[in-house]
Design a protein around this ligand. Structure first.
Ligand SMILES: [Zn+2]
Length: 187
């Protein structure tokens, strides 16, 4: 009863959207409005909000897609730059390491050379041996480095091989290096 009276006494306000006269309780509050109320009734306001949200969602999705595309190109570009610079960095690091360890490298190379001499019997065919090194050098021109490897190592733990043509094989450098014969090529 009191509620009904209150409603009857309640002023009506036209909604700017649906143009219907509705009780002021059907309008939300708006601080800086003259009557302190929203211009649109609550159902109109919520319909408008839903519409705005869905329109905004599409705009947002479009923006995100564009951002991702731009980001993808940026990522690809930075990856390419990283590949180039890191390659230079790695080769510089290798050069710096080689320069710093020149004495060690030379010592190992000298030891290997001495071992080669010690392990070269009179019956070795020096021309055939040289052919292996020439072949490895020619193969390496293709871009992949090839080394001459001793099938039985010259300084093996159990047996030591000879520096002779039938103890030689040509291997891609990465395989040979993983065998531990890093300075084979410099000999
Ligand atoms: Zn309305």
């Amino acid at each position: 009863m009191i509620e009904a009276m209150k409603q009857a006494l309640e002023a009506l306000k036209p909604c700017k959207s649906c143009k219907q006269e509705k009780p002021t309780s059907m309008f939300g509050a708006k601080v800086n409005a003259k009557d302190g109320l929203q211009p649109y009734c609550k159902p109109c306001a919520s319909a408008y909000r839903a519409q705005w949200n869905s329109a905004n969602k599409e705009r947002k999705a479009e923006r995100n897609a564009a951002y991702r595309l731009e980001k993808r190109e940026q990522i690809l570009a930075s990856k390419a730059i990283y590949r180039i610079t890191s390659k230079e960095k790695v080769s510089l690091q290798q050069k710096t390491w080689a320069q710093k360890n020149k004495t060690t490298i030379n010592a190992i190379a000298a030891k290997r050379r001495a071992a080669l001499l010690n392990r070269t019997p009179l019956w070795a065919n020096k021309s055939y041996v040289a052919d292996f090194y020439r072949a490895a050098e020619i193969l390496s021109r293709g871009g992949v480095q090839f080394h001459v490897d001793h099938i039985i190592p010259l300084q093996g733990n159990l047996v030591s091989g000879f520096h002779v043509e039938n103890n030689l094989q040509i291997l891609p450098a990465h395989i040979n290096t993983s065998k531990g014969n890093k300075y084979e090529q410099s000999i």
